[in-house]
Design a protein around this ligand. Structure first.
Ligand code: SF4
Ligand code: SF4
Length: 401
């Protein structure tokens, strides 16, 4: 499930300025070690979620790392100091070496987490994953209703996910559900929580869509109204009071409705190290979208060198790259200027303040998108068809169109 990362733990933009390459980085041997490795084993996925934030051109990237390369990457990450590993994608279960990779990571002392749509999680595979030492499974649903779940993923997977949830329980895993929220399913939040309780979830992540990749392409169709968000949050709070510790419910508000940006990745090159299916090392999930950033590849460079010495991982570490208003802002150590990818997508400048910030001169663009979502509710709400994730990027495939 690549619509959300929280569980671990457009098209009408204002005229862009000329993209800027990152500033010259300095080698950063003093940076702290990464805490977690996200192993994006594959971009292949049987689902076609309209909110997926895999890159829209995912099919054009090189071949997947083989088993041997992944084993080496996992060993190197552990040697660097990483303690958690997420197996993600795409759908990681399409790789038949998943069990071997999990066993290797567990043997090195990693806390291991599988992030899955559930498709492919047969009883034989969950038994093998348990045997391999897998610690944690996060299962995604698209909605509480079969109709919307299947529509949003463009597959008939709702019944299968219910069965997979039973299997996860039967194998003694904590039940951790994830559902990405947006305009279509926000009115169903109560039903989604009821479904999670019925399944016996101990943890439910309701993560509002983050607008990258395919989600960015569909931003104007997926963006909710402030009212719908507020109602959903009230519903969540009501349920929290009702169910208490029986099920922890996390509600992640979409950036666009905030006045300050998220501390993206807790700071660039600070705790997160992602490796894409083709071996590109990622300082954040959407780093592929940044122009002028040459991503190092684990096929050619050691993880240690990538983490401490590469241009990409040092490009936005610390504060040397910041422009005003971030440069002199007393909140810069809290949010690190926000998300670099979002800043670029909305301003054309990789070093700008994240426009989610009310202090950003580009904040009006965020307000415009939110206001547009409100106007749409007067019509049928969805004038443009949703674009579902597929091998062929649509013509409006650029995040900055
Ligand atoms: S298509 Fe859906 S299930 Fe597959 S990777 Fe994207 S968000 Fe996850
Ligand atoms: S101006 Fe920059 S550092 Fe200050 S709050 Fe906004 S994004 Fe954060």
């Amino acid at each position: 499930m690549r619509g959300s990362v929280g569980g671990w733990i457009e098209m009408t933009a204002t005229a862009p300025t000329t993209p800027t390459a990152p500033t010259t980085p300095t080698a950063s041997a003093s940076a702290a070690a990464p805490l977690w490795l996200l192993a994006e084993l594959t971009y292949r996925c049987p689902l076609h979620c309209a909110f997926c934030y895999n890159p829209v051109d995912f099919a054009s990237h090189g071949p997947e790392l083989d088993t041997e390369a992944w084993l080496r990457v996992i060993s190197e990450a552990r040697a660097l100091g990483a303690v958690q590993i997420g197996f993600s994608g795409g759908e990681p279960l399409v790789r038949d070496d998943l069990e071997a990779l999990v066993a290797h990571a567990r043997g090195l002392g990693f806390y291991t987490n599988l992030i899955t749509s559930g498709v492919g999680l047969t009883e034989a595979r969950i038994a093998a994953l348990k045997e391999a030492g897998l610690d944690h499974i996060q299962l995604s649903f698209q909605d509480s209703s079969r109709e919307l779940n299947d529509f949003l993923s463009s597959t008939r997977t709702f019944d299968l996910k219910r069965k997979v949830a039973q299997l996860i329980k039967a194998y003694g895993y904590p039940m951790v559900l994830n559902c990405v929220l947006h305009r279509y399913n926000l009115p169903h939040v109560a039903q989604i929580i009821e479904m999670a309780l019925d399944i016996g979830a101990e943890y439910l992540e309701l993560a509002n869509t983050q607008y990258y990749g395919w989600a960015m392409l569909n931003r104007e169709q997926l963006m909710p109204t402030q009212e719908a968000l507020r109602e959903a949050e009230e519903t969540v709070n009501r349920y929290r009071a009702l169910v208490g510790a029986r099920c922890r419910i996390l509600f992640v508000v979409p950036d666009y409705f905030e006045k300050r940006p998220k501390a993206c990745m807790n700071g660039w090159g600070s705790v997160f190290l992602g490796v894409a299916p083709d071996g590109a090392a990622l300082p954040c999930h959407a780093a592929r979208s940044l122009p002028g950033l040459k991503l190092p590849n684990v096929r050619e460079t050691s993880l240690s060198s990538i983490w401490y010495e590469s241009t990409a991982f040092n490009a936005f570490r610390g504060e040397h790259w910041m422009r005003e208003p971030c440069q002199s802002c007393d909140e810069r150590t809290t949010d690190h200027g926000g998300c670099r990818c979002q800043a670029y997508m909305l301003t054309g400048d990789t070093r700008a303040a994240d426009p989610v910030c009310a202090k950003s001169p580009h904040h009006g663009e965020v307000e415009r998108v939110v206001a547009f979502a409100r106007r749409q509710t007067g019509s049928n709400g969805h004038e443009q068809p949703l674009v579902f994730r597929s091998m062929t990027p649509p013509r409006r495939a650029s995040n900055r169109e």
